[in-house]
Structures are given as structure tokens and as C-alpha cells.
Ligand binder design. Sequence first.
Ligand code: CMP
Length: 152
Amino acid sequence: MERSLILLKPDCVQRRLMGEIITRFEKKGLNIIAMKMLQVTPELAQQHYAEHVEKPFYPGLEAFITGAPVVAMVIEGIEAIRVVRDTLGATNGRNAAPGTVRGDYSSSRQMNLVHASDGEESAAREINLYFDENEICPYTPTLTPWLKAADE
Ligand code: CMP
């Protein structure tokens, strides 16, 4: 089992695409075990995007991510980190394959609708940035036997 930190970014909230994208994760069989709406502050943006703070595009990225609320989620599942990223498609919406979230709904590199952790280490760090342990609600869906075989 893996956990990934997902952010429905300000463009997703403003464009009324939250439900559409949450539905895709649910239909895929992934388990949402934490969720909240919040306003990202410049301080949180700098922590989240620590590896990008010195890059030329960072001021625009910070203005974007703090420009409207986001919805933060923790998604759990087998190989969830890769499965979520495959579901979203390439970072730049113009390069994302049709059928992926960004391929279907984004034509931008910055306004790519959703953030997802890119590895186990970043997932643990990012989940910790957005959620306290007591805000995470792991559960076993009763549908589990219809979503995967017992030995998967
Ligand atoms: P995300 O997956 O949230 O992680 C970093 C974000 O920076 C990325 O999505 C893009 O939105 C943004 N980004 C990455 N590269 C660039 C770039 N060259 N110019 C502008 N934004 C970028």
C-alpha cells in the first residue's frame, strides 16, 4: 500500500472540476482517506515547492497556488503514487495523453489542475505538510473484494 498527497489546484477549484476529478480517482478504485479545502499561504507554498523556490518560474507558481483555495487529499492504494500520476498524465497539459485528467482538461504547464507526489519520500513529506495524523482516516472499503483479487 502507498499513500500520495494530491492537491486539486486553484484552477481546478475555479473551473468547477473538483467533482469530475475526485470521481475519476474513486472509479479507478483508489481510496481517499483524507480531504480538506484550504488557502495555501506563501509560507506553505515555499515549503511545498522547496525544490523550485530558486527557479525563475517560482514567483508565478507561488502567485498561482496561493490565488484561490485548493483541496488537499491523501489517496491510498497499491502502487498509488504511480497510478495517480498515470491517471493525471504529463505535467504539461499540452503533452498529456487524451484520456488522462490533464490530457482531457488542461492546455497549460502551470495550470495543470492537480498536484500529486512523485515518490514515497516526497509523499511522506507532503502529507505531513498538509495533514495531522488524526486527520487521516484509513478504512477498508466493503467493495474491496470486487476491486482486486485477494492475492494482489
Ligand atoms: P506540480 O506537479 O504541482 O509541481 C511543480 C509545479 O511547477 C508543476 O506542477 C507545474 O505546475 C509547475 N512548473 C513546472 N515547471 C514549470 C515551468 N518551467 N514553468 C512554469 N511552471 C512550471
